[in-house]
Design a binder for this molecule. Sequence first.
Ligand code: ADP
Length: 149
Amino acid sequence: MNIAVFPGSFDPLTKGHEEIVKMALPLFDKIVIAIGDNPDKRCFFPIEKRLHWIRQTFQSEKIEVAKYQGLTVDFCRNVGAKFIIRGLRNSLDFQYEHDIAEANRHLVPEVETLFFMSTPQFAHLSSSLVRELYHHHADYSDYVSFVLE
Ligand code: ADP
């Protein structure tokens, strides 16, 4: 099986993330969208809600949703994934993602990171923007496919 992991915080999942999943889906037998449950990283929405929103967004049988602790590359090994999916919005993302991908390659050379570029429609979109809109009771429905509650 050709399996990829799409790791992230998804705090919350946005239409930008969704777009990346849809771009990647034809290439794999299975994509595991996986939330890194890292005690050092404080997230706004509880992890069970973030998992639920991802599950309700994707109906495809090729998509699994999971949480993991520890290194992403170890999680990849556990689920038999040879690929990590990440999204790129701009050159800032590139620099950040480049360094993570290099570190992961150093740790586990057989797991390759693949990047998918967002379309201009979502290139300015981030989970933090959505959190900001939510916090101020503004309309976030252009950016998220579900109701944050
Ligand atoms: P992390 O905390 O691991 O960066 P995120 O949930 O913020 O988790 O992002 C997961 C991945 O999705 C990252 O590769 C990020 O660059 C990408 N991403 C986030 N928002 C977008 C977007 N609007 N378009 C494309 N990729 C995105």
